[in-house]
Design a protein around this ligand. Structure first.
Ligand code: HAM
Length: 431
């Protein structure tokens, strides 16, 4: 036996869970500020949901198995197919736009490394029933505002964005056969962490046979919007999508978030289902993996058997975010566990101490005491370790007088108080 967890899986000791709770709390707070409501789905889904919709990379990382009923199932590696399935099942009865968020735990059999584990939590925030540029800008603004709520600024991170339709049209113009597009997107998605040779080999495997085309594809990221529209002005889709991206940018600027976004035509995203805007949030220096990724997937709902409804959203993981917050000193100090510690000087006064402990707890205070009636010095040390603000000393004399001694742990000040005043807090600053 070993005391370690499985590779890529985390134990959340209290300090780790405090950071996780801080992340979840902030995610919820911003999602609700934007008018999104929370949902959840099952952690286990039919395997088919992913093999048909997510694309080869995620399918290769599935925790899949046959259950005892003979069903092919998988632990969810991402939330979007579940979200699409749930919305598709009830879409008719739901007022549009549908604005939902969730914080699922997800499982991918990846090589564990910095920023990538085999389980992670992910904020998913999605809108259904909207094709407007305003909804594109809203989703990106929400992702940016989530990071700002943690105390990160434009010097810390940037949202890179592009458009799948634009890049698909440009790639086809450059000579990429249409059936090769999904595999070519998956290859280009790796540009940040794989060598150029690796990308060129994958593009060849994807069916991009012309060496010049492959070379030009790796240079996509260096093109500006102006260059794209000038070079491909004869392609209607390019003109329309460039215009849409321009409008998107102006709306982000109007929201006061212009300094947080950067067009990156080399950004395509690896997942198969994106159909329009795609974006990712990265730390400015590129020292970490992507913090967040998302985009528009207008065909997914229909393809899981639902109505033809447009959709878009993003997923933001807790792993890279946690690394970045630690790096920037933005992890909040964990709170003290106790408000009060009731010290009882001998076993005889334990019943009176217990009465006080439970009265204080009933009043909502966090209260501890020593289970073994140890020496008073040891009890004070335990109070200090738990970060108690007040120590309440109960001894035979105090019990006889209906009083106790209250020591404020930060100043060392002591007062005698009647036990009935303890709960009301007339003593004592913290109430
Ligand atoms: P994704 O790019 O695969 O997108 O994941 C989104 C984010 O989840 C990543 O940027 C990263 O922060 C985190 N993440 C992904 N895999 C791991 C891992 N193995 N370990 C730690 N963190 C990870 C999606 O999953 C899409 N379903 C997002 C989406 C929602 N698109 C539209 N709506």
């Amino acid at each position: 036996m070993t005391t370690s967890s499985l590779p890529g899986f985390r134990d959340f000791y209290p300090a780790d869970l405090a950071l996780r709770s801080h992340i979840f709390h902030t995610w919820r707070e911003v999602a609700q500020r934007y008018g999104f409501v929370e949902y959840d789905g099952p952690p286990l889904e039919s395997l088919e949901l992913y093999t048909k919709k997510s694309g080869a990379e995620i399918v290769g990382q599935l925790y899949g198995f046959t259950d005892q009923g003979g069903r092919e199932v998988a632990l969810r590696p991402e939330m979007t197919p579940t979200f699409a399935r749930m919305v598709a099942a009830r879409a008719g009865g739901l007022p549009k736009p549908i604005k939902w968020f969730s914080i699922p735990q997800l499982f991918r059999y990846e090589r564990p490394q910095k920023g990538r584990l085999r389980e992670h939590f992910q904020l998913n925030l999605d809108i259904v029933g909207e094709t407007s540029v305003a909804s594109d800008a809203e989703v990106v603004a929400a992702a940016i505002d989530v990071l700002r709520a943690f105390g990160l600024g434009s010097e810390d991170f940037v949202a890179r964005y592009s458009d799948r339709q634009l890049i698909a049209a440009v790639m086809i113009e450059m000579g990429v056969p249409e059936p090769s597009l999904p595999a070519a997107f998956a290859a280009l998605d790796k540009a940040d962490r794989e060598s150029k040779e690796w990308i060129l080999d994958r593009l060849l495997e994807a069916g991009v046979e012309n060496a010049g085309t492959r070379e030009r594809l790796t240079g996509l990221k260096d093109l500006t919007l102006d260059e794209l529209s000038a070079r491909f002005s004869h392609v209607d889709v390019v003109v329309a999508r460039v215009e849409r991206l321009g409008l998107f940018r102006r709306q982000i600027e109007a929201a006061g978030l212009g300094e947080f976004v950067l067009l990156d035509p080399g950004l395509v995203r690896g997942l198969a289902y994106y159909t329009g805007l795609v974006f990712e949030l990265w730390d400015r220096e590129g020292r970490f993996r992507a913090i967040c990724g998302g985009g528009r997937y207008d065909d997914l709902l229909e393809s899981v058997g639902g109505p033809d409804l447009p959709a878009l959203g993003f997923g933001m993981g807790d792993v890279v975010l946690g690394e970045l917050l630690r790096d920037r000193g933005l992890v909040p100090h964990s709170e003290a566990a106790l408000d009060d510690f009731v010290v009882h000087v001998s076993e005889e006064v334990l019943p009176e101490a217990l009465r006080i402990v439970h009265q204080l707890r009933a009043a909502g205070r966090r209260v501890g005491f020593d289970y073994r009636s140890r020496a008073v010095g040891k009890q004070f040390r335990a109070a200090d370790q738990a970060g108690a603000g007040r120590v309440i000393v109960v001894g035979p004399e105090e019990v006889a007088a209906g009083e106790c001694v209250v020591r404020m742990m930060d100043t060392g000040d002591e007062v005698r108080l009647s036990t009935s005043d303890l709960v009301g807090g007339s003593s004592g600053r913290p109430s």
